[in-house]
Write a protein that binds this ligand. Structure first.
Ligand code: HEM
Length: 415
């Protein structure tokens, strides 16, 4: 029997439901060379075992300088509109030993304790956003809820004053609406954000002692006390925290709520457990939503620093490798019934937050936001339902993130 031709990737249908194409690739071409819409050729890694191995393989570098196509490497900072070297020195673009040093510094300022202290603020933000539409009986959960929540949360964490946070929301909105291409409005928004952050860092350095707990102050202290963090690295760090922690969380909340609305039995079980004051199903459930339809599809670029073999394929030095987390997390070799949403799934070591030294630094914050957002929506708006035909919902077709453009819902309006 001949093997059927590979499915077409990166089409409209693919953006709506990439999982059949990923199943084909896992089975027939688990390490598959393809041309991306940008014209760059890259290897797609779709099996769980290969993906995990690739994420931890030190011969696969995060530094775009290793790319064999220097013209593309120059533009790939990971930040839309950002082509200058200044913000290149962020965690997702560097290898040890620089990565180890910078990650250690930011981990100090980004401890699980600090994130846990943040829980009341995330709850307050969540409630305030729901208050904005609860009396109306309808909402677009992407624009009115999933989108603003993470941006305000990260601004708070960084120490961006409240009165400036709406500017951030607008700049971030520009980035998300235009899909991350380095064009016009996006580039302008990135420039404004960068300028603002540089100014904020200068201001906080000039007035030490103000808001001592915030992350930017923590980074400045680290750079001022001989811990080898340059001002530029501090700015790049602030930017990557915003960039890595924003659209991902929007999509965790959006994709997660959408999956719950499409699985009424699972959703009812979660609502019952929340009503009984339990947290267990919420915690396993948010992990399962990440596995089932996670926000990060292909964002995990790496470049071979030497020839290597992965999943039986020879990869030459300089070739880009993309670990497809969304495909690995549906691998039947690793997960029982991988296409079934099971909020109570226990054996769930998904790769939604990556693996190895670049494992998501913001995972505790993402979990806090995801759990708070979904639990509060389901508790305050218990009869929440989809107000659109699923076939008509549009997914943002991008290579990096998987997420809905809108999520219209209806519910009984609160008095
Ligand atoms: C890294 C996913 C939220 C900050 C990563 C990686 C993944 C990921 C897959 C690894 C990328 C790679 O290996 O190439 C997610 C998901 C999130 C989320 C699914 C939400 C549901 C956040 C938040 C923050 C954050 C809220 C911070 C505010 C970072 C940083 C890195 C990272 C700084 C780079 C770590 C390093 O290179 O050492 N994230 N992320 N993320 N994430 Fe997240």
């Amino acid at each position: 029997m001949s093997t059927p031709a590979p499915p077409e990737l990166f089409t409209w249908e693919f953006a709506t439901d990439p999982y059949p194409a990923y199943a084909w690739l896992r089975e027939h071409a688990p390490v598959h060379r393809t041309k991306l819409p940008s014209g760059v050729e890259a290897w797609l890694v779709t099996r769980y075992g290969d993906a995990r191995q690739a994420l931890a393989d030190q011969r696969l570098s995060k530094d775009p300088a290793h790319h064999d196509e220097p013209a593309h490497a120059r533009g790939r900072t990971g930040i839309p509109g950002e082509r200058k070297a200044e913000l290149m020195t962020h965690l997702l673009n560097i290898d040890p030993p620089d990565h180890t040093r910078l990650r250690r510094l930011v981990s100090k300022a980004f401890t699980p304790r600090r994130v846990a202290e943040f829980a009341p603020r995330v709850q307050e933000l969540t409630d305030r956003l729901i208050d904005g539409f609860a009396a109306r009986g309808s909402a677009d959960l992407i624009h009115e809820f999933a989108f603003p929540l993470p941006i305000y949360a990260i601004c708070d964490l960084l120490g961006v004053p409240r009165e400036d946070q709406d500017d951030f929301r607008d700049w971030a909105g520009m980035m998300i609406r235009h899909g991350g291409g380095p064009r016009g409005g996006v580039a302008r928004s990135v420039k404004k954000m960068r300028g603002y952050l540089a100014e904020l860092i200068r201001r906080k350095r000039a007035e030490p002692g103000q808001e001592p707990a915030d992350l930017i102050s923590g980074l400045i202290r680290a750079s001022d006390h001989g811990e080898h963090l340059t001002e530029n690295e501090a700015a790049a760090m602030a930017f990557i925290l915003l960039f890595a922690g924003f659209e991902t969380t929007v999509n965790l909340i959006g994709n997660g709520m959408y999956a719950l609305l499409r699985h009424p039995v699972q959703r009812a079980r979660l609502q019952e457990s929340l009503a009984a004051g339990e947290r267990g199903l919420l915690e396993t459930g948010v992990e399962e939503l990440l596995r089932y339809d996670g926000p990060v599809e292909l964002a995990t670029w790496r470049y071979a620093t030497e020839p290597l073999t992965l999943g039986g394929q020879r990869i030459a030095a300089g070739e880009p490798v993309l670990v497809v987390l969304a495909a690995a997390d549906r691998d039947p070799e690793r997960f029982d019934g991988p296409d079934t949403l099971d909020l109570a799934r226990r054996d769930n070591q998904h790769l939604g937050y990556g693996h190895g030294i670049h494992y998501c630094l913001g995972a505790p914050l993402a979990r806090l936001e995801g759990q708070t957002a979904l639990a509060t929506l389901l508790t305050r708006l218990p009869d929440l339902r989809l107000a659109a035909d699923p076939a008509e919902l549009r997914w943002r077709g991008g290579l990096i993130m998987r997420g809905l453009r809108t999520l219209p819902v209806e519910f009984t309006a609160a008095d």
